[in-house]
Write a protein that binds this ligand. Sequence first.
Ligand code: AMP
Length: 190
Amino acid sequence: MLNLVLFGPPGAGKGTQSQKLIEKYGLIHLSTGDLLRGEISQGTELGLEAKKLMDHGVLVPDEVVIGMISNKLDANKDAKGFIFDGFPRTVAQATALDELLKSKSSAISGMIALEVNDDELEHRLLLRGKESGRPDDANPEVIRKRIKEYNDKTAPVADFYKNQNKFKSINGIGSISEIFDAIAAVVDAY
Ligand code: AMP
């Protein structure tokens, strides 16, 4: 199985590049942000609780997202592999993901990190807020909180994969196709 973690701060381009990766490699895209927004639009209890946190730019509890990923892995037993987008976002999530995959005799092939500076992220997210109507993209204060959450809680996840020799970083500034070619070169080497 080919299991990729696409990593990077909010606005780094993970969603955009995931779409191109699923087309090229036939993988299943698992975005915890998309799954949570799906729960919100269905009006589930989980969605209502998550929305309160997401609207403030803070992470939802580990057990909530780990449970969602576990369900998706079980529901896609015959998959060629997965792209994890926006997950794991804490070291506890990364540890849980390793355990979930191990129980299925699988593992993460590698983490690919998209590097983009904070000014460019804020600019991209505000633009996305205007285009997509995502409430957490529309407010500069919430955007800065999300970037802070990333720096405090999510950035350490890179070390988790560096310690396993599974970390590669890519310049996330450039055209979508240039960045994709750089990612594909890494994936092809796995
Ligand atoms: P995203 O679409 O990945 O930018 O996620 C939007 C929001 O959903 C984040 O700001 C968090 O509040 C929440 N979220 C998404 N993925 C996770 C995760 N793996 N752990 C905790 N919270 C998450």
